[in-house]
Design a protein around this ligand. Structure first.
Ligand SMILES: NC(=O)c1ccc[n+]([C@@H]2O[C@H](COP(=O)([O-])OP(=O)(O)OC[C@H]3O[C@@H](n4cnc5c(N)ncnc54)[C@H](OP(=O)(O)O)[C@@H]3O)[C@@H](O)[C@H]2O)c1
Length: 256
């Protein structure tokens, strides 16, 4: 039996990872802030799939929260075979509308927590000569899309660099870059989700299926769905100003 640890496992993409992994027979460790929700989901996964499902209540915007998950990842007696760094959020508002403390909180969750948890897991996996780490970024990483996109660009660069450095170790690292996925993300961030065209929305379970297939293929970058692969190809070739205008008006955070 192998074990997977998923951050932000109670909703959206993280919940879809937890479901897929439990269904495949992996024990799961679920991480998020809301203990009641974690308990309910762990019980559901255990009852439906017969796997061990444990929980860690942790706020990854705090040092204590990150440290408690690092400690679990360093436990050599109960090793984690797959880490999914998925927890994340968007701040309400554009640059300078968002207080700097909130920007720093986002960097703590999206960058510092991802660096520290990846490092704790990768060290232990390297000793065993196997393991996988999926860091959830976004297609926003490739677009001029505020501080959110900048933090996700860090996730992509960090993950692909680490994947190369650990190339012969047996540890696989992959950055996952979805487009718009129907989850609680947009409501929580006060985003104008209604101006995102219907065809741009992805399903969380499908995103996770593509991610798991790409990880198995040894990819260090996964962009689920051909529509987004094509869009990112066009964005690379189109004039930067045009791309900036289109990406800053589609479903962008708008204070309500
Ligand atoms: N939805 C999209 O369109 C989309 C597109 C591209 C990338 N992404 C990325 O996908 C990831 C998952 O997003 P989602 O769409 O699934 O969002 P979601 O439905 O809002 O779920 C977010 C999850 O993260 C947890 N979380 C949030 N802040 C946390 C913190 N400080 N510490 C620990 N856990 C925290 C939440 O639980 P608690 O509130 O209980 O902590 C929840 O389980 C994020 O990294 C996001 O940037 C999303």
């Amino acid at each position: 039996m192998t074990s997977a640890l998923i951050t932000g496992a109670t909703s959206g993409i993280g919940a879809a990872f937890a479901h897929r992994l439990a269904r495949d027979g992996h024990d799961v460790v679920l991480v998020a802030r809301n203990t009641e929700r974690l308990r309910q989901y762990a019980t559901e996964l255990h009852d439906r799939h017969g796997v061990e499902a444990s929980i860690i209540t942790a706020d990854l915007a705090t040092d204590d929260g990150i440290a408690s998950v690092e400690e679990r990842l360093r436990d050599r007696k109960h090793p984690i075979d797959l880490l999914v760094n998925n927890a994340g959020f968007g701040n309400k508002g554009r640059y300078l509308e968002v207080p700097v403390e909130d920007e720093l909180r986002m960097l703590k969750v999206h960058c510092e927590a991802v660096l520290r948890l990846t490092s704790a897991a990768a060290e232990s996996m390297r000793e065993r000569g196997r393991g996988g780490i999926v860091n959830v970024a976004s297609v926003a990483a490739f677009l001029p899309r505020g501080t959110y996109g900048a933090s996700k660009a860090w996730v992509v660069q960090f993950t692909q660099g680490a994947a190369r450095d650990l190339g012969r170790s047996g540890v696989r690292l992959m950055a996952l870059c979805p487009g718009f996925v129907r989850t609680e993300f947009h409501e929580r961030a006060g985003m104008a989700a209604e101006n995102v065209p219907g065809w741009m929305w992805l399903d969380a379970d499908r995103v996770v299926d593509t991610a798991m297939a790409d990880l198995a293929r040894g990819r260090s970058l996964s962009i689920p769905d051909p529509r987004y692969k094509a869009l990112m190809g066009v964005a690379r070739l189109a004039p930067r100003g045009l791309v900036a205008r289109a990406s800053s008006t589609t479903g962008r955070f708008s204070p309500r």
